[in-house]
Design a protein around this ligand. Structure first.
Ligand SMILES: *[C@@H]1O[C@H](CO)[C@@H](O)[C@H](O)[C@H]1NC(C)=O
Ligand SMILES: *[C@@H]1O[C@H](CO)[C@@H](O)[C@H](O)[C@H]1NC(C)=O
Ligand SMILES: *[C@@H]1O[C@H](CO)[C@@H](O)[C@H](O)[C@H]1NC(C)=O
Ligand SMILES: *[C@@H]1O[C@H](CO)[C@@H](O)[C@H](O)[C@H]1NC(C)=O
Ligand SMILES: *[C@@H]1O[C@H](CO)[C@@H](O)[C@H](O)[C@H]1NC(C)=O
Length: 432
C-alpha cells in the first residue's frame, strides 16, 4: 500500500521533469523544402534532427474546384514527406505549404468568395490529415484584400475539426512580406495576430529588386546603414510596431545569394558600380561554396550589413555564410522572435548552415544578455516568464511533492515503529 504511494509520488516527479523540456522549448527552427526542376533532392536526405518544423511545398489549387492538389512530380513527394522526415526525427512537426507557384489570380478569387474559401479550407484540412501533416502554411504574398476573412474562417474550421479529430489541432502559418505596409500592400495585422500561430517574414529583395540594378548591394542585409528603405531589421521592427507580437515572427535565413557583374573588378565592395544584378537568378549556398573552393576566393564578412561577399573575375556574389547566419539567429533571440526559417533546406552545404543556426540558438539558452537595447530587456522579461512557468513552477511542485512524500513516509515509519513496539512489548508481557 505504502510502496504504491511512493511509486505514485516518484511517477509524478518523473512526469513533472519529463514534460518540462518539450514545454520549455521557446524557439522554432523551421525548414522549408521544395523540389525545384533542377537538382532533385530526395526527402530522405533531409537531416530532420536540425529542425523543429519542416514544411513541404507546394500544394496547388484547382482553378475550378478551389480544392488542393498535389499533381506534378515537384510536389507529389509531399504525400510521403511526413513519413520520411520522421524516420530521422520522430518529434519533428510537419506542415504543408500552399501556393508558391499557384497562379495568384486563382488564389485571389478563392479568397474573394465564401463558397470558394469553404472548399479550399475543407480540402486543406482533409489533405493535411490524409498525409499526416500537423499544420498548414500559406505561401502567397500578392493580394491582402481578403486575408482577414480567410484566416478567420480557416482558424474556425481548424478549431472545429480538432474537436473531432484524434490528432492534435493543426498549426496555421503564412509567409508574409518583409513589412506589413509597402506601397499598396496592407496586411490585416490584427487578424494575423489572432488567427495564425506565426508568420514567416520574407525579405525585401523579393519585392524591390530594382533597387539594386546599378550597384552591388547586400540583398539580405540585416541592417542597411546606407538606406532607410530596406533591411531585415526595418521590416521586423515595422511588424512589431504594427501590433504583431515578436513571438509570432519567424526570421528568414536565406541559403542562397545573388550575383552582380562588376564594372571594374578592382572596385568590389558593397555599393560598387555594376552593370546589373542578374535578376531572378539566385545561387544556392552549396554552389556558392563550390565556386569559392574552386577559385580559392576570399570571402569578406561585412558586420554592418551582416552579409558575406566575394569576387570571381567580374562576378560579385553576396550571400549569407556562417557568420551572417549566426548573427541573424542571435538577432532573432535579442528581439524575442519565435525563431527562424530556412529557405530552403536542400540548398545547404553538408548542413553547415543549419548546424550553425541550431547551435547559435542553443548557445546562449541559459545566459541572458540584457545589456543592449530596451527591446532586449523586454526579451529578458519574456525569457523570465518562460522560466517561471516552465522551469521554476515544476521545480516548486516537485519539491512540495517530495516534502509531502517524506512527511507521509516518516509518519508511516513512526506508526510502524510504534506498532512494532506494541507487538514487542506484548510478546514481552506474554512471556513474563
Ligand atoms: C479540377 O477540379 C475539377 C472539378 O472537380 C475536375 O474536373 C478537374 O479535373 C480538376 N482539374 C485538375 C487539373 O485537377
Ligand atoms: C471579387 O468579387 C467581386 C464581387 O463578387 C468582383 O467584382 C471582383 O472582381 C472579385 N475579385 C477577384 C480578384 O476575383
Ligand atoms: C464531429 O463528429 C460528429 C459526430 O460524429 C458529427 O456529427 C459532426 O459533423 C462532426 N463535426 C465536424 C466538424 O467534423
Ligand atoms: C541605373 O542606370 C540606368 C542607366 O544609367 C538608369 O537609367 C537607371 O535609372 C538607374 N537605376 C537606378 C535604380 O539607379
Ligand atoms: C551583451 O550584448 C552586448 C550588445 O549586444 C555585447 O556588447 C556584449 O558583449 C554582450 N555580453 C555578453 C556577456 O554576451
Amino acid at each position: 500500500m505504502m510502496s504504491k504511494r511512493i511509486i505514485f509520488i516518484l511517477y509524478i516527479l518523473l512526469i513533472s521533469f519529463k514534460t518540462q523540456p518539450s514545454k520549455a522549448q521557446p524557439w522554432v527552427r523551421v525548414g522549408y523544402f521544395f523540389n525545384e526542376k533542377e537538382g532533385y533532392f530526395p526527402i530522405s536526405n533531409i537531416d530532420s534532427s536540425l529542425f523543429t518544423h519542416l514544411i513541404c511545398g507546394f500544394a496547388d489549387l484547382n482553378s475550378t474546384s478551389y480544392e488542393l492538389s498535389l499533381s506534378d512530380s515537384a510536389n507529389l513527394d509531399c504525400s510521403i514527406f511526413t513519413k520520411t522526415v520522421k524516420k530521422k526525427n520522430p518529434s519533428v512537426t510537419t506542415l504543408l505549404s500552399i501556393g508558391g507557384r499557384t497562379n495568384t489570380l486563382v488564389l485571389s478569387s478563392m479568397a474573394n468568395d465564401s463558397f470558394h474559401r469553404k472548399s479550399f479550407i475543407g480540402s486543406s484540412i482533409k489533405m493535411a490529415r490524409l498525409f499526416g501533416f500537423e499544420g498548414l502554411d500559406l505561401w502567397w504574398v500578392d493580394d491582402m484584400s481578403n486575408l482577414d476573412i480567410l484566416f478567420d474562417e480557416w482558424q474556425d474550421a481548424i478549431t472545429l475539426e480538432a474537436r473531432n479529430s484524434t490528432g492534435s489541432k493543426l498549426i496555421l502559418t503564412a509567409a508574409v512580406n518583409y513589412a506589413p505596409r509597402i506601397r499598396s500592400y496592407n496586411y490585416p495585422v490584427e487578424s494575423i495576430q489572432q488567427h495564425l500561430d506565426w508568420v514567416h517574414v520574407r525579405h525585401c529583395t523579393d519585392f524591390l529588386p530594382q533597387l539594386w540594378k546599378n550597384f552591388t548591394a547586400a540583398p539580405h542585409a540585416l541592417y542597411n546603414p546606407s538606406s532607410t528603405v530596406c533591411s531585415t531589421d526595418l521590416g521586423i521592427t515595422a511588424w512589431i510596431k504594427a501590433g504583431l507580437s515578436a513571438k509570432k515572427i519567424v526570421l528568414l535565413l536565406p541559403y542562397f545569394g545573388y550575383p552582380w557583374t562588376l564594372v571594374n573588378p578592382k572596385e568590389n565592395g558593397i555599393g560598387a558600380p555594376a552593370t546589373g544584378m542578374a535578376e531572378g537568378i539566385n545561387i544556392r549556398y552549396m554552389e556558392i561554396k563550390q565556386n569559392i573552393n574552386h577559385y580559392r576566393a576570399k570571402v569578406t564578412f561585412d558586420k554592418n550589413y551582416v552579409v558575406n561577399y566575394f569576387t570571381m573575375g567580374t562576378s560579385w556574389i553576396a550571400f549569407d555564410d556562417v557568420e551572417s547566419i549566426q548573427k541573424k539567429v542571435s538577432y532573432a533571440k535579442e528581439k524575442g522572435l519565435l525563431g527562424y526559417f530556412v529557405w530552403q533546406v536542400s540548398y545547404d552545404d553538408n548542413w553547415v548552415l543549419s548546424q550553425a543556426a541550431a547551435h547559435e540558438l542553443e548557445g546562449n539558452k541559459g545566459g541572458q544578455n540584457n545589456s543592449a537595447a530596451p527591446e532586449v530587456n523586454k526579451v529578458g522579461q519574456n525569457k523570465q516568464s518562460y522560466s517561471l512557468v516552465f522551469i521554476i513552477l515544476p521545480i516548486i511542485a516537485a519539491v512540495i511533492i517530495l516534502l509531502l512524500g517524506l512527511v507521509i513516509y516518516f509518519r508511516w515509519m513512526r506508526k510502524r515503529k510504534l506498532k512494532g513496539k506494541d507487538i514487542f512489548s506484548g510478546i514481552k508481557e506474554a512471556s513474563e
